[in-house]
Design a protein around this ligand. Structure first.
Ligand SMILES: *Cc1c(COP(=O)(O)O)cnc(C)c1O
Length: 472
């Protein structure tokens, strides 16, 4: 399988190439040159298979020659057979006649990002070994991505990771999930300033010749195609359990960077009968406005009880706009450059109409979020995290508005374990969710991180002097 950039001018790459590249060299994002498609019979044949086997089947066409059958089977068995605390990896839980939760938080850091990043860590090792190269991953995090990325590469021999977080501005659970991982290839940097300051340092490093000539830099954010691909799998496993391909299923997806819900779009392109994808946003609702009115314009970020969705610009939305508008890279590059200059753009008619065929959207405010936490608890004895509650709140609102046929099951993606956000949960239902036993000693473990001043040069010099992955 070959991959093309949404901005049309970067060279096409194979799966191994896009996994290591992350962003395309023209600033675009990679997508497969065409969508592989399964017949109904092929989908039916996946029923009842263990998660790792569905994963290998669904990902096979995207991977092409980059992994042999033996390598793909081995990596899927290893990741989805051993790294998740629940044997089903992503179990479905019924809330009532129409609503279901898809629990995606049984990985090591209690959020859905583990499902893809655990795989990505292994893919990096396989491809770098083959090329005899090393990769220095540099990232900034406001919480969930950093810990999932650290757990994915800790102990790797070809990778090392420098994760920046804004000092004192991530939750205790989130910080400890990063700083208690003791491996020689993991470096935690607490930076003075905000998340945006840390993020700006990372961006600058990728454009700093002093860094890029000595280190092979890599990124693990959700622009990496391999992450989206791995997320397609749980749409298949869940829809199969609810009767696909003989029955359609709707999904409600708590959305920030548009990665998780775009994976649902990919599943639909591959032939999975998805009735509707609900893009559930918090009050940072740029995506809801874009889908409802065509107006994609960024404003300031409002902090909420769902921090992993407090996002101004959703990188992966570019992939959808490209696919819906005839895959014209030059036109999309012009549209995106306009957006980058003015922080606003209008969707074209083709983009709006194309999106309306599959997507619905809803913005959920903090009161409605708390109410959804309460209704899951009172109606079904389920303690859910606030991100999941945004998804469930949107699912309830659209079902009540008659936008989804009552006979169609609606699956809300449960993107985090409630114990990751205990304060908001406790405020809503008066119950403080406990950390699962497997991470229960998080607060007893020793932390390791360095504190750095907020200027760019200090961070860059630290990375350069501590990186093992010098290319000579
Ligand atoms: C990252 C994250 C999201 C948003 O997912 P996107 O793929 O960025 O849309 C939602 N909920 C939780 C808990 C997350 O960590």
């Amino acid at each position: 399988m070959q991959y093309v950039s949404t901005r049309g001018s970067a060279p096409a790459l194979d799966f191994e190439g896009v996994t290591l590249a992350g962003l395309a060299s023209d600033g675009g994002l990679y997508l497969p040159v065409e969508w592989p498609r399964f017949s109904e019979a092929e989908i039916r044949a996946m029923r009842g298979l263990p998660y790792w086997q569905v994963a290998a089947t669904v990902m096979r066409p995207f991977i092409g020659d980059s992994l042999s059958e033996t390598e793909l089977t081995a990596v899927c068995q290893k990741v989805y057979g051993t790294k998740f605390a629940h044997a089903a990896v992503a179990p479905l839980v019924q809330l009532d006649q129409q609503h279901w939760l898809l629990e995606l938080f049984h990985g090591p850091t209690l959020a859905f990002k583990d499902v893809a990043l655990q795989l990505l860590g292994h893919l990096f090792e396989i491809f770098l070994e083959r090329r005899d190269e090393r990769l220095t991953i540099v990232g900034a995090t406001s919480g969930d991505t950093g810990s999932a990325a650290i757990h994915a590469v800790a102990g790797g021999t070809r990778t090392e990771i420098f994760m920046l977080h804004p000092k004192g501005r991530v939750s205790d659970v989130q910080r400890r999930q990063m700083t208690t991982v003791r491996a020689p290839n993991v470096h935690n940097l607490a930076i003075e300033g905000s998340f945006d300051d840390a993020q700006a340092h990372v961006k600058r490093m990728f454009n700093d010749g002093d860094v890029t000539t000595t280190l092979n830099l890599g990124a693990v954010n959700s622009i990496n195609w391999a992450r989206l691909m791995a997320q397609v799998v749980y749409y298949f496993t869940s829809a199969l359990q609810l009767g696909a391909p003989d029955r359609t299923v709707a999904y409600s997806v708590p959305t920030g960077n548009f990665g998780d819900v775009f994976a649902g779009y990919v599943a639909a392109q591959m032939g999975l009968p998805i009735e509707r994808l609900i893009v559930a946003t918090n009050v940072n609702d740029i995506l809801h406005r874009a889908l409802a009115t065509g107006d994609y314009s960024a404003s300031g970020v409002t902090p909420t009880i769902t921090p992993s969705m407090d996002i101004q610009v959703s990188s992966n939305f570019e992939r959808l706009l490209f696919d819906l508008a005839g895959r014209d890279g030059a036109a999309l590059a012009a549209q995106m450059h306009g957006f980058e200059a003015t922080k606003a753009m209008q969707l074209t008619n083709a983009q709006r109409e194309g999106a309306a065929g599959l997507f619905a959207s809803h913005s959920v405010n903090p009161i409605e979020t708390a109410r959804a936490v309460q209704s899951a608890y009172q109606g079904s004895q389920q303690v859910i995290d606030p991100h999941t509650a945004v998804g469930l709140g949107a699912a309830h609102a659209l079902a009540a508005a008659g936008a989804i046929d009552p006979a169609v099951p609606i699956v809300t993606l449960a993107t985090a374990h409630p114990a990751k956000f205990p304060d908001a949960v406790e405020r809503a239902i008066g119950v403080r969710p406990a950390l699962p036993a497997r991470v229960g000693d998080l607060f007893g473990r020793e932390e390791s991180f360095v504190e750095l001043a907020g200027d760019y040069a200090t961070t860059r010099d630290y990375v350069l002097s501590h990186a093992a992955g010098s290319q000579g």
